[in-house]
Design a protein around this ligand. Sequence first.
Ligand SMILES: *Cc1c(COP(=O)(O)O)cnc(C)c1O
Length: 368
Amino acid sequence: MTAPFGKFFLPGPTEVLPEVAQAQAQPMIGHRGAKTEALLGRLEQPLKDAFRTANPVYIAATSATGLMEAAIRNGVRKKVLCLVNGDFSGRFAKIAAACGKEVVREEIPLGQAFEAAQVRELLEKSGADAVTLAHSETSAGVLNPVGEIAPVVQARPDVMLLVDAVTSLAGSPVETDKWGLDFVLTGSQKALALPPGLALGVASPRLLERAKTLPDRGIYLDLIPYDENIRKKQTPYTPALSLIYALEAQMNRIAAEGGIERRWARHNAMRERVERWVAKEAGAKLGLSYLPREGRRSWTVSCLRLPEGGKLTGPQVAKAMDAKHGYTIGAGYGKLKEATIRIGHMGDHTVAEVEKLLGALEEVLKSA
Ligand SMILES: *Cc1c(COP(=O)(O)O)cnc(C)c1O
């Protein structure tokens, strides 16, 4: 029934290891009882380690977009600067507008990253009380230098930094406390390689202080009850227990691999393998190139431009990879759908598997 692991390279949902999937089959327990408290207690430190924070990690039964909305409702007072370089960072702007916030939308060409100096200027001009961005913009494979941008935001009193780390967390360095992120979130189905349906997030103390002053936090996405409950090893509403079982299994695997830094390093090695293939090996001969520049490439998803005037579009390459070799990769996303392909080398994949995938990709492109 299950295909062998190592063939599914979509940039989310990602491939789930059988042992992680099977952890979901454990029996139900009372969600207000001692067993759930023990379960959440066992997850406390591993999750803090994954987010590099001393603050509690919230576990919400929603896809990542739910916590993006939570970031807006709890973190924006009046006006938000939305840094947009793709569809997911653009989603933040849409959510903010739908929540009645004043939105300053700053859009740069797909494939480019925001730089610290640019953000400093934009912040000065905008007068915003919060900034949103996607750390790893999955639609274009871009990694924004959040570690450099964060001090610029921090230099302005009373501006909150709200970060979508959906395809960076657990796949490349995210230093929640050291960088001073006010809200950072991820979803279960990306670099954590769990089934979809859970979102995880961390709020800074000053974000919680601001949240308490905002009247439109709603109910389900109000972060205050998440914060109060997790400190008692509880969740405000019925937790998605099966997914939390899988999360525990995955946290144990991450510890067994040697911790979160080892997981980052494995992702970096997968990225470097694709980079070498594109720069010096078959990828170069076949005319592929990266959409983002060197140094601004996501560690979890490689967005590659297909050769100009080539025979195959992104969706056709993805289709041939499946039909001829049994691989699932991503076509381009949104406006980049035809012109690019995306390899989601995240979660529990290895360099050896990426190597095989690149061999199949070479055959597909050669035979076109
Ligand atoms: C996948 C993704 C999302 C959306 O996640 P959902 O779980 O579908 O809500 C948001 N941001 C980024 C960067 C993503 O890659």
